[in-house]
Design a protein around this ligand. Structure first.
Ligand code: HAS
Length: 561
């Protein structure tokens, strides 16, 4: 089915796809600088100066918060109306886009001006200018408006189709935004009641533990807000791109519902090493963390079964022959390479996540460079590649263009895979040797004259640079294709057409037909998991903290002096 786009829809999607990619390009530059500064090859960012935290904030906020939120909204604005066969209500769609653009610009300008070197986690006592926090609030509110704008479409569709199953793509997008809505409520409380009044000077100190706990209530589901749009592509499109069918429609629905339940009551696994929270509650969050890996394991098997089905249609025999019968480098099905490269990376990202989740293993890896190793194999693996692939797919359709330089388009994700696995392996290995995750001491860790110098870290920091350079090259290849496509001559009428797959097993399952029981179950689990944690945090005795502004490197104080 093709859905011809009206002018307003076209403009909206163009803005929502192109603007965040500009920020992403700057964020990628920030990432390269991080690796170079860590390895001591570059002492200062040519644009931002020597403040390591400023560059790291730019990298994290632009890539992990702004680009991802814009993409999720743009993807939903295209896919939900398409799958339901309805037109997007434009007035609220524009309000949402405006809020998100203004909010992200406020945050970006504050970061460039040096007023928000607080990282994407904005942990206090790192303190930012109020415009940064307000900007983030507007970005989030804009994404809520986009979600609320899809609900009447769905209701309308449901009245017209009372007996039909909700399209799986819509289930996936709605699950993404249900998780987002519940999760962002906590960060809204953190910002509006703790950080903003503190940043405005209305309060002098802040309760660091309460702020961190509220942040991680949001911060872990945030990673599934990133992941689920990629899962929508794996379930609804990848099987068709591979030339087959989705093995089980019910498995897809179950996975999205399980994410609603288990994404949130797990945040304390980021705080295993924090004081104030009882270890019994940390253990409870650890159990839930293993539970949240379950939908990904179901996905691994369902996607593999779908790929196997496609491979067998192409004549594969034996146990593993289907693995070789996939269109890995096909120029026609170029989107396949983005989704597939991401899946391969995610095998390692998932394994490292399960290692992090184990309390005793976490002691060894927490706050070491192992953690960026893990999260690059997740958010910068399956998530980024799916988002880049779909952005290119959508931009071609929205602008009515043919995808240009398809060889480069296919080379980009595989180049990214090589660079990213090298980078992540080096960071993970360095992390096991104690290489820190981040530092305001800048390059002194790898400077032989520094009292903190550790020779065994140098090789891994240098290898991470090689990985980072290859990753930058991959993004250059991608941007050439993207810009080549965007700037080429219009070839067709702008229209959407998604490669939605049929299901091999398509039997309806009543328990998966309605979100309501799953949302209620999620709220009950959140209450069980978080009431004692918040209680522990509130009754703990500690001083509130004054602000710390990391505008210049800390004075180095060698151990023992
Ligand atoms: Fe994580 C820290 C645990 C998944 C992102 N994580 C982070 C941070 C980020 C992040 C950004 O328990 C750092 C936060 C910070 O700034 O401090 N994570 C997990 C677990 C999972 C997990 C258990 N993380 C993700 C995803 C992310 C993400 C997804 C982004 C999108 N993570 C942790 C923990 C920490 C943490 C602790 C805190 C560490 C600390 O101490 O600070 C699970 O959801 C993972 C389950 C995944 C799988 C993999 C399934 C595999 C699939 C691929 C199949 C492949 C096929 C192809 C079919 C079980 C689906 C086959 C074909 C071939 C050709 C081979």
């Amino acid at each position: 089915m093709r859905m011809v786009l009206e002018r307003g829809e076209r403009r909206l999607l163009l803005i929502e796809l192109v603007y965040p990619l500009l920020l992403l390009a700057m964020g990628v530059y920030g990432g390269l600088m991080q690796t170079l500064m860590r390895a001591g090859i570059v002492q200062r960012d040519p644009f931002l100066g020597p403040n390591y935290y400023q560059g790291l904030t730019l990298h994290g906020v632009f890539n992990a918060i702004v680009f991802t939120t814009f993409f999720a909204v743009a993807f939903g604005n295209a896919l939900v109306p398409y799958a339901l066969g309805k037109r997007l209500p434009m007035r609220w769609a524009w309000v949402s886009a405006l809020l998100m653009v203004v909010g992200s610009l406020m945050a970006a300008i504050t970061i460039f001006a040096g007023g928000a070197s607080v990282l994407y986690t904005f942990y206090p006592p790192l303190k930012a200018h109020p415009a940064f926090y307000l900007g983030l609030v507007l970005l989030v509110v804009g994404s809520w408006v986009a979600f609320f704008n899809w609900i009447p479409l769905y209701r309308h569709w449901r009245r017209e189709n009372p007996a039909s199953k909700t399209p799986l793509a819509v289930v996936g997008i709605f699950a993404t935004f249900i998780v987002w809505l519940i999760a962002t409520a906590a960060v809204a409380v953190e910002i509006l009641f703790l950080l903003l009044p503190w940043s405005l000077g209305w309060t002098q100190e802040v309760n660091v533990m309460l702020a961190r706990t509220l942040f991680w209530f949001f911060g872990h589901p945030l990673v599934y807000f990133w992941l689920l749009p990629a899962y929508v592509m794996y379930y609804t499109m990848l099987p068709r791109l591979a030339g087959g069918k989705l093995y089980s429609d019910a498995a897809g629905r179950l996975v999205f519902m399980l994410f609603i339940i288990f994404s949130i009551p797990v945040g304390t696994h980021h705080q295993y090493m924090d004081p104030a929270i009882g270890s019994n509650w940390k253990l409870l969050h650890a159990f839930f963390t293993f539970a949240v890996a379950l939908p990904s394991l179901i996905t691994a098997f369902t996607v593999a079964a779908s790929l196997e089905y496609a491979g067998r249609l192409r004549g594969a025999r034996g146990l593993f022959d289907w693995l070789w019968k996939q269109p890995y480098f096909s120029r026609e099905q170029w989107l396949f390479s983005y989704l597939m490269a991401g899946l391969i990376i995610f095998i390692f990202g998932g394994i490292s996540g399960i290692i992090n989740a184990s309390y005793s293993m976490n002691v060894a890896v927490h706050n070491t460079s192992w953690i960026p190793g893990h999260f690059h194999m997740t958010v910068a693996g399956p998530v980024l590649l799916a988002f880049l692939g779909m952005s290119l797919y959508l931009i071609a359709q929205v602008a009515g263009k043919e995808v240009r330089f398809r060889g480069l388009a296919v080379a980009a994700p595989w180049t990214w895979l090589v660079g990213l696995l090298l980078f992540s392996f080096a960071m993970s290995r360095g992390g096991l040797l104690g290489m820190p995750r981040r530092t305001n001491l800048g390059v002194t860790y790898l400077n032989p004259s520094s009292p903190f110098f550790r020779e065994e870290w140098v090789l891994w920091a240098d290898l991470a640079v090689v990985g980072g350079v290859i990753m930058t090259l991959a993004i250059v290849l991608y941007l050439l294709t993207f810009l080549g496509t965007l700037l080429s001559r219009q070839a067709t009428e702008p229209a959407l057409a998604f490669p939605l797959a049929e299901a091999y097993h398509d039997e309806p399952v009543r328990a998966l037909a309605n979100f309501r029981p799953w949302i209620v179950a999620a709220l009950i689990l959140i209450a069980i998991a978080y009431t004692p944690v918040i209680w522990d945090v509130l009754r703990s005795t500690y001083e509130n903290a004054p602000p710390y502004l990391p505008s210049s490197p800390l004075p180095v104080q060698p151990a023992g002096q």
